[in-house]
Ligand binder design. Structure first.
Ligand SMILES: [Zn+2]
Ligand SMILES: [Zn+2]
Length: 808
């Protein structure tokens, strides 16, 4: 019977049975746990107090295996007796790290059970519940790997330690041992690093901030992120008050106390290639955290105390050249100190071998102020400006069938900017050039064309290519994100680091294959065992042919565009300038067949700079560094892959096969040779260049009434799509070469030979006054702009007069 059956099932799962079952599980669990514990601690390292002063020096080696830096905690450790450590600092540590320090015997059962449960729920070991004693044991005796075995040994040794030493002795070991970031070990060194004073002089507020740093020494460093460090300081002060170490009022006062950090400026590092070495240490710490699942502070301990050999890619010849170039005040438009006594503007440079991704040189500032301090080459996110155009617009466009010869109208355009607003982008030159090839638009850094093409290919498509090329920090979601047309001009949410920008250009240099930037080749432990070896990651971003076309356009930047200062460099150079709005960031990023390099210049706090341009100071710094870098390199050219045709002659106003008219344009030959990916070359003849009969006295189409001697056959351009004047009335500069639409209205009957009438005379006078003074004449109602001054010399006049004609 179904009912009965059901009942029996219930009986099996009575609460009583479940309880018994759980109890059995617990007994088995506890028994095997203990067994495992004993098994693990059996081969725990010996308890050896002399090991409490540990540390073996790690070495950083350059590409030739020469030592460039020795890393060890000892040199940055100044031991102090516990009596010198302020009570508040000790209490701050106890409050945040180990509230039961004075009562437990090395381990804290309650928090172990708590963390065990958390860890089980999350699978694996996520958070420790280490007592101060355990933390000391871990850094002093054990390697930092997080395994159950390690945990068991740590607990065992902590109990041993408590049996041999007093609480004060343990605290003293601990406070002199732990890592505080910026290569400072121990409280005395930390007090110096952060507040420029001895530990016994620390205030309550300062003590609480120091105690907060050790959980994530670079992450919680007030130099890395003051807000974050301050938040943690307040948590600690609150806890101290809760535990009765301080009064509520003391906590409040300490929170309000102004913290005077010593500032970034400090004695320079005692190692070579300081910014590169800093980058290596930080990369390795990140790598250890990821690969070994250890905490940030354990990762740094591993680097500073385990006697590692760290093989890197740096080329000291290039590195030192780059350091000297960036340090030289001659290379800056001006130099002045900011509030923190740091000279501004600052700069950063990265040189990469794009074939392998190996970082040959990396310099994160004019001077090196502090170990593991702010590294502008890898940590400064800045607006890339126009350097972004080839990365987010043109590479994708060429892959989608646009060519270097594709013609786009550099004419006024407006886009809706959300919530009813309108965005009318502008060019740096504040004019519109009219019909322009993409090659010319790249060379002259024309904003309008970058935006129009970006809009045509689709913002998401452009973003996809930028990411493939090596840009990792685009923001794609949220209220403020990079899926905007302004990203074409490098107006992006977070910005790029010099390193990732160099890397993305390196992909174009490496024929479309992206090689992740690499600084660390291999890490060997003190026993000679290789514990990490870099397997270079290479991915195909675009085809060789696409890379070649973009590279060739970027060569035009140097040969005929904004990068002209590199025109005499003895190797081929493909590059791009970048200048952000208000001249807050200036960039030069460029590659030769051998190396890719970037130089950025700007204030740490983005600020207008006078007399700067990407093609100026950064380009000249790049040149100095690359001259040294290329000293012994063989002659080499960018390789032209199969599947490229050309040069093929095209009309630069239509992008099509030129006709005889293209060569009779009043501006001269409107043709040039262009390379194409086979299949994308033009097949049609130019339809932009046209000719017609013009009355030369009016500049309008001649009628049958115009006197023969005034009528001439003239070549014009005739846009397929008419331009729209900008809201302020600007029109493209080539509009004056456009075929007029109107017919001459002066000669509207049989030709008569008569002196010009009075109105005509005033017109003539007006136009010529304009010419003479070469200035705008916006409000002259008498001027009917009859187009007579087509060939005048003032650009502004041209625009104005043509505008009037257009509107007539
Ligand atoms: Zn043409
Ligand atoms: Zn006429």
């Amino acid at each position: 019977m179904p009912k009965k059956k059901k009942k029996s099932k219930y009986r099996f799962f009575t609460w009583y049975n479940i309880l018994i079952f759980i109890l059995i599980l617990l007994v088995i669990g506890f028994g095997s746990g203990m067994g495992l514990f004993l098994y693990y601690v059996k081969d725990a390292p010996d308890f050896d107090p002399s090991k409490l002063k540990p540390s073996e020096t790690s070495m950083v080696l350059d590409k030739n295996g020469e030592v460039i830096a020795e890393l060890h905690g000892e040199q940055n450790r100044i031991p102090v007796p516990i009596e010198q450590v302020p009570k508040n600092l000790i209490n701050a540590f106890i409050a945040i790290e180990d509230q039961y320090f004075y009562s437990h015997r090395g381990i804290n059962i309650r928090s172990i059970i708590g963390s065990f449960a958390t860890n089980l729920m999350h699978g694996g070991i996520r958070r420790g519940a280490s007592t101060i004693t355990q933390q000391l044991v871990k850094t002093a005796f054990l390697s930092p790997e997080q395994t159950w075995k390690r945990k068991a040994q740590e607990a065992w040794l902590a109990i041993q330690l408590e049996r041999h030493y007093t609480k004060d002795e343990i605290l003293e070991f601990y406070l002199n041992q732990i890592y505080f970031g910026h290569s400072a070990y121990g409280v005395e060194s930390a007090a110096n690093t952060y507040f420029g004073k001895s530990v016994d002089k620390l205030s309550l507020a300062e003590s609480a901030m120091l105690a907060g740093v050790t959980k994530g020494p670079e992450y919680y460093s007030p130099y890395s992120n003051f807000e974050r460090a301050k938040e943690r300081q307040e948590v600690i002060l609150n806890t101290m008050a809760e535990l009765g170490f301080i009064s509520e009022e003391e906590a409040r006062n300490a929170k309000n106390e102004e913290l005077n950090l010593k500032g970034l400026k400090q004695a320079a590092a005692d190692y070579k290639a300081p910014y590169f070495t800093d980058y290596v240490i930080q990369e390795l710490a990140t790598l250890f955290q990821k690969e070994l699942g250890i905490s940030e502070s354990d990762a740094y301990n591993k680097i500073y105390t385990e006697g590692l050999e760290i093989y890197t890619t740096v080329d000291m010849k290039i590195q030192e050249a780059a350091e000297q170039v960036l340090a030289d005040p001659e290379n800056y438009p001006y130099s002045k100190n900011d509030e923190s006594e740091i000279v501004q503007p600052q700069a950063a440079a990265v040189i990469i071998d794009h074939h392998t991704g190996h970082i040959k040189a990396l310099v994160g500032g004019r001077e090196h102020y502090r170990k593991l301090g702010f590294n502008r080459a890898s940590q400064a996110f800045r607006q890339p400006g126009s350097t972004f155009k080839p990365i987010i617009v043109y590479t994708a466009a060429v892959d989608m069938g646009y060519t270097a010869g594709t013609v786009i109208d550099d004419s006024p355009v407006s886009y809706s900017a959300g919530s009813g607003g309108v965005w009318s982008p502008k060019n740096y030159t504040n004019d519109f050039k009219g019909l322009t090839t993409i090659r010319k638009a790249v060379a002259d850094s024309v904003n309008i064309i970058a935006i129009k093409v970006f809009s045509e290919i689709g913002v998401d498509r452009g973003i996809e290519y930028a990411q493939k090329l090596g840009i990792n920090n685009l923001v794609l979601t949220g209220d403020k994100n990079d899926r905007q047309l302004s990203a074409a001009l490098g107006g992006i949410t977070k910005g790029v680091t010099p390193l990732e920008l160099a890397s993305s250009f390196g992909t174009l240099a490496n024929e479309g294959i992206h090689a992740e930037p690499v600084a660390i080749l291999k890490v060997v432990d003190k026993n000679g065992r290789t514990i990490f070896e870099n397997k270079p990651e290479q991915t195909s971003a675009v085809s060789k042919q696409v890379a070649f076309i973009v590279t060739d356009m970027l060569r035009s930047v140097v040969r005929e565009g904004t990068g002209w200062r590199l025109a005499d460099f003895p190797f081929q150079v493909a590059g791009k300038t970048g200048t952000t709005s208000d001249d807050k960031d200036v960039w030069w990023v460029a590659y030769t067949p051998h190396l890719t390099g970037v130089v950025w210049m700007g204030h740490d706090e983005p600020t207008y700079m006078r007399n700067v341009a990407g093609g100026f100071q950064p380009a000249l710094m790049w040149k100095q560094i690359m001259t040294v870098a290329h000293q012994d390199l063989p002659a080499k050219q960018f390789e032209r892959p199969e599947g490229i045709v050309g040069p093929i002659e095209i009309c630069i106003d239509s992008g099509k096969i030129p006709t005889e008219l293209c060569k009779r344009d009043p501006r001269g030959h409107r043709t040039r040779g262009e390379y194409f990916i086979r299949g994308t070359q033009p097949t049609e003849h130019c339809d932009i260049h046209v000719e017609d009969f013009i009355d030369t006295s009016t500049g309008l189409l001649a009628t049958e009434f115009c006197p023969e001697e005034l009528v001439e056959r003239t070549v014009f351009i005739k846009r397929n799509e008419p331009y729209t004047p900008s809201p302020t009335g600007q029109i493209p500069l080539d509009a004056k070469y456009e075929l007029p639409e109107e017919y001459c209205d002066v000669h509207d009957s049989e030709p008569v030979i008569a002196p010009p009438d009075e109105d005509d005379f005033y017109d003539w006078l007006n136009d010529n006054i304009n010419d003479w003074f070469n200035e705008n004449n916006n409000n002259n109602g008498n001027n009917n702009g009859n187009g007579k001054n087509e060939n005048d010399n003032g650009q502004n006049n041209d625009v104005e007069n043509n505008h009037r004609r257009h509107n007539r």
